[in-house]
Design a protein around this ligand. Sequence first.
Ligand code: AMP
Ligand code: GLY
Length: 419
Amino acid sequence: MGKKVLVVGNGGREHALAWKIAQSPEVGKLYVAPGNAGTLEWNVAISATDIPGLLEFAQKEGIDLTIVGPEAPLTLGIVDAFQKEGLRIFGPTQGAARLEGSKSFAKEIMEEAGVPTAQSRVFSEPEKAKEYIKHMGAPIVLKADGLAAGKGVIVAMDLDTALKAVDELMGGSLGESGKLLLIEEYMEGQEVSLLCLCDGEHAVALVPVQDHKRALDGDQGLNTGGMGTYSPPPFWNAEMEEEALRTIVHPTLKVMKDKGMPFQGVLFAGLMLTKNGPKTLEFNVRFGDPETQVVMARMESDLFEVLWACTEGQLKDIKLEWKKEKAICIVMAAPGYPMAYKKGIPIALPEVFEQGQVIFHAGTSLSQDGELQSSGGRVLGVTVLGDDLNQARQLGYALVEKIDFPGAHYRKDIGVKGL
Ligand code: AMP
Ligand code: GLY
């Protein structure tokens, strides 16, 4: 009998994971909790952070493998809860998830592992932080310690902005997440998202991706969760990947294992390609969104098999296969995103798709009349393959034109940095 799989989450990342998992010949039944309008056929109405609810469902249904999308359930300890009941789950434990949940913890681990990263210091008092900033000068980077949904980092190009940023981040609007502040050296270069599957000891890199974090063309405007991605970035090569695995990923896995927190799941290193090689901007402990959309579009291997191997500690026998085509994902967001935005905007999608083209849903739902509508900030991820990046861009934007989503906000320059 086919295996039963549960995907936890409701974003574009989870639609992409579910879409890929559903293609596995080994999978008999798929569920997504809670999912969105793109994953309707698989949805179960349990919130991604309702850990007792998810656990009860997995036990009742006899789920063979649970795959966790977002960071919130991981930092709440979903993996520990499932493992305690003998259930197989892909993702790091609560302790290991602190690599994303606490930037100061991540820095400590990086330091211990000798991982190349920006120099930084941690402050609990705003006045001390300001003194230090005046001493260091600008440009300089300020980061709230805890999770802040993309709002916790301010890259200050001048001193005035930097001093104001201390009050913004520590002033209370971020709650516990703003209690500690990291002040970090400014680094320059191209950014690359390197997602690695890990089984506690071994790591396998997925294809490299470049995200576009700012809301507006030309990397202007506010930081967002990500406005689009493409893969592979042409300025990344096999030697850099080898260097990143050797200097960043493997030493981190070793330290985590030595500390009794072996890392199983996705270790997602946000890298800056500096003049002196790849340096770590941050760790995430999960698949990226919208990185996953282009990674899944390019993946030839059976995702179910690979994630299963991770949970077995058998990753070293796995060799991943990829499509040669390049991929792009253009995020269509609600007007206003990442500031306040309207929900319930009606959306009409094309009925037929070309080979190698898929629209992953993120913030979508069905209205009371069963019509497709927006229900979040990032709404759709238009994901397309092409023989080269230029073609992928052309086909991607042509597909965007076929979508009826009034007022949709999207960037016109996804992938341009890779041309
Ligand atoms: P993070 O959440 O730490 O990845 O930071 C969000 C974004 O801020 C990154 O994607 C970078 O564009 C920028 N950033 C973070 N740290 C630095 C740094 N040390 N130097 C320059 N830019 C940074
Ligand atoms: N796209 C960046 C992230 O998933 O954190």
